[in-house]
Design a protein around this ligand. Structure first.
Ligand code: AMP
Length: 379
């Protein structure tokens, strides 16, 4: 069982012990008054209970994390300095090693690099749920060399996500969006089998629409998955949008917006135009469906929500989920960012720190990093 993991409780007193804690501090940053600053410290705060529990038992705690994609080279743009500044505010004096991905051995799962991380440590804790779907050295190697445990937040994430699949209160409605159908088909198949309805939005919806013979103009489309989309739709519990809002193909869109007027489309989008958000009728259908739900899982925006012209669908869905009394679990960086931008994080039952990891756990029921903890010789 992926949910049965060793915990730190069994270690007892940790005075004079050094504990290596793998965290996922891969947080968003921005320049503020010329200083690179963490703009959302949710992932840092999520690991504090574990850090505190170790310190209370007398341990010296050293944290390690990846940060961005420096691709195995030292690159000052990806230094953990801004993370250290944010950590210093939350827990002064706790040490954070430099970016694990400055070393090529991290992503290559190199046993020697993994072993070098553990030198001088007595215990290892994986508190990096968001990185546990990656078989990287800092996740996989320490459990083979040190007594190891899953951190409190990691355990909570695993238990919450697996509980969704194990007798959820019904109706269970899943909402899946995002750009690429390729990334979400695996979880769509699992959710189509487990949930009462799966609502589909984002760029991925257009491959579903095309599989039903609709015209999608120049919207996002992946021909390789048309058949699988058609098979999923044949199951009868997938809700795809019935209208779109969009632009002439090639008109600029994105976080800085653009000046081109928004076009409204029904189920058909003519050539030369692309769909970038769900339309008002879809919003009505989706919010009505969500109103009756008792369990909701949401991953992925309904449209290009970073552009104010195409955020309405995502915001309406976020508000419907927040207003619902259902058990609601939100995962994925974009959905969490959207929820936060509407000030609604506190109105859902659970916000997952891991996007890819939460999808993979629900899809496959386990993650490499969880297996490593269970297979540790000390487990
Ligand atoms: P993902 O990383 O797969 O969850 O996708 C999130 C991204 O999908 C966001 O940056 C959105 O801007 C983008 N997105 C959502 N809907 C569309 C769409 N209809 N066309 C293009 N991009 C989209």
């Amino acid at each position: 069982m992926a949910s049965t993991l060793p915990t730190i409780e069994r270690w007892g007193d940790l005075r004079n012990k050094r504990v290596l804690v793998r965290v996922d501090f891969n947080a968003p940053v921005a320049e503020v008054d010329g200083v690179t600053t963490v703009t959302d410290d949710f992932r840092l705060r999520s690991s504090l209970p574990t850090i505190d529990a170790l310190v209370e038992r007398g341990a010296t705690v050293v944290l390690c994390t990846h940060f961005g994609r420096p691709e195995g080279r030292v690159d000052e743009r990806y230094s953990v300095a801004p993370l250290r500044r944010a950590l210093e505010v939350l827990r002064p004096g706790v040490e954070l090693m430099e970016n694990l991905r400055f070393h090529p051995g991290e992503e290559a799962n190199d046993p020697d690099f993994g072993a070098s991380l553990t030198a001088g440590f007595d215990y290892y804790v994986n508190e990096a749920f968001g990185a546990s779907h990656r078989a990287h050295a800092s996740i996989m190697v320490p459990p083979t060399l040190l007594p190891s445990a899953g951190g409190a937040n990691l355990q909570r994430e695993v238990a919450t996500l697996l509980a969704l699949l194990d007798e959820p209160a019904r109706p269970f409605i899943a909402v899946i969006g995002g750009a690429k159908v390729k990334d979400k088909l695996g979880i769509m198949k699992v959710l189509a089998a487990k949930a009462d309805a799966v609502i589909v939005g984002g760029g991925m919806r257009y491959t579903f629409a095309a599989s039903e013979g609709h015209r999608i103009g120049d919207s996002l489309f992946d021909a390789r998955y048309v058949e699988e989309c058609a098979e999923l739709l044949a199951g009868g519990n997938i809700l795809i949008p019935v209208d779109s809002r969009g632009l002439p193909a090639g008109a600029p869109f994105g976080p800085d917006g653009g000046s081109e007027a928004v076009r409204e489309f029904g189920e058909e989008i003519p050539d030369g135009f692309e769909g970038l958000d769900i339309g008002p009728q879809s919003v009505e259908i989706f919010t009505a469906a969500l109103q009756g739900a008792r369990t909701i899982m949401w991953n992925g925006p309904m449209g290009v929500f970073e552009d104010p012209r195409f955020g309405a669908g995502t915001e309406a869905v976020a508000r419907a989920i927040a207003a619902s009394p259902a058990v609601s679990v939100v995962g994925g960086g974009d959905s969490v960012a959207a929820l936060a931008s509407y000030g609604l994080e506190g109105d859902v039952s659970f916000v997952s720190t891991g996007g890819g990891a939460s999808l993979e756990l629900v899809e496959l029921g386990d993650l490499p990093g969880l297996r490593a903890l269970r297979e540790s010789p000390w487990a």
